[in-house]
Design a protein around this ligand. Structure first.
Ligand code: NAD
Ligand code: MG
Length: 362
């Protein structure tokens, strides 16, 4: 098992990563003095509940915790104000109070939703992240929690840091293959923006990671969380450095926005976006290897590297220009100066971006 700390003064918290953590959940709760006088609420989704909910409930109850649960339908649509309202009702009926904790058992959807329940219930109560997807190495660290509005994703939210993150790598074995690859895409991103050695390791260990080899997963998730934790510690509320985490996301978000049918997963969209941003980096005068290596690592992980033909370039450009990352009319892009070295670049010509997008098409 590996451990690291997200260093945020009085809001600092540990992340534990390893095989079999779910079997010892209550030990971690006791170790970190999670209150056992008030009831806890576990929030999860209906794919995860049949697999892992009972284990968590039994472990906590045997240790003397009072536990209630709320199971949402799997999928992005559960990140909504109406679901938040229903959960709040159940929490009140179950007697949750200011000293209660919310436990998020699941992927990024559950983590974001449960985190926002915790941030808003009685103006904020503690919460614990138990991530069960690879992508959730990203979403469970950093304290950004939110629900969606029909007009915009993640627009109703807060910064609310968890008490701890308990990452059991054995839960990842039940993930659908497409979700595994999409989660690995964010992990690869963390290497590319921050750590050339980890980026190289990712190039060399695709086979092991895709096979969910336990030691490799632990190592990779540890490094991914470490990079995310470091960036968040430097810039908790996204005033500067945190924007480098958006590498691949400018084009990626636009692709997600316009791919209504045959929807791309987030990790797939940003894989294409990273290839585009790498190409842009080379256009701006940085080494050719940035593009070569970004493209080759995506290929090794079976991630898409080209924009599907049915997506319209005008619509992609339109979606990009409306993105909140384009501040004050300026085009802001995270590019790489080299592998492991990200940089925020302003004022890039729209024509150049359009050329890159056109060249990314199948
Ligand atoms: P998800 O939570 O929808 O999980 C993906 C799918 O896998 C779901 O169908 C889920 O039921 C299923 N699943 C989860 N764990 C499983 C397991 N162990 N075995 C079998 N099936 C399992 O999606 P995600 O990719 O984890 O997260 C995406 C969400 O994360 C988005 O809403 C995004 O906005 C959010 N996000 C937040 C942050 C942040 O900083 N807060 C960062 C990145 C992404
Ligand atoms: Mg992302």
């Amino acid at each position: 098992m590996k451990q690291l700390i997200v260093d945020l003064d009085d809001r600092s918290y540990p992340i534990y990563i390893g095989e079999g953590i779910l079997d010892q959940i209550s030990t971690f709760f006791r170790k970190h003095q999670i209150n056992d006088q008030s009831p806890l609420m576990i929030i999860t989704d209906d794919n995860i509940a049949p697999l892992y909910l009972k284990k968590v409930i039994v472990s906590l109850q045997e240790s003397g915790y009072k536990v209630c649960e709320y199971i949402v339908p799997a999928g992005e649509s559960s990140k909504s104000l109406s679901v938040l309202e229903k959960i709040t009702g159940v929490a009140l009926d179950a007697g949750l109070d200011r000293k209660s904790s919310i436990v998020a058992l699941g992927g990024g959807v559950v983590g974001d939703l449960a985190g926002f329940v915790a941030a808003s219930f009685m103006r904020g109560i503690p919460f614990i992240q138990i991530p069960t997807t690879i992508l959730a190495h990203d979403s469970s660290v950093g304290g950004k929690v939110a629900v969606n509005h029909p007009k915009a994703k993640n627009i109703i939210g807060a910064f609310h840091q968890p008490q701890m993150v308990l990452y059991d790598t054995s839960t990842l074995r039940t993930l659908p293959e497409r979700e595994i690859k999409a989660g690995l895409s964010e992990l690869i991103k963390h290497g590319l923006i921050w750590d050339a050695k980890f980026a190289e390791w990712n190039q060399l260990n695709a086979e092991k990671l895709l096979a969910l080899d336990s030691e490799s997963l632990e190592y990779a998730l540890y490094n991914g969380c470490k990079i995310k934790a470091h960036v968040v510690s430097e810039d908790e509320r996204e005033n500067g450095l945190r924007a480098i985490l958006n590498f691949g996301h400018t084009i990626g978000h636009a692709l997600e926005a316009v791919s209504q049918y045959n929807k791309l997963l987030h990790g797939e969209a940003i894989a294409i976006g990273m290839v585009g941003a790498a190409k842009l980096s080379v256009h701006l005068g940085y080494p050719q290897r940035i593009y070569k290596e970004t493209k080759s690592v995506m290929k090794k992980y079976g991630l898409p590297i080209q924009i599907p033909n049915h997506l319209n370039v005008d619509e992609i450009m339109e979606a990009m220009l409306h993105d909140k990352k384009f501040s004050e009319g300026q085009v802001v892009f995270t590019i790489l100066k080299d592998i492991g070295e990200a940089h925020i670049q302003r004022g890039i010509s729209i024509d150049l971006i359009r050329e890159i997008v056109e060249n990314l098409r199948l």
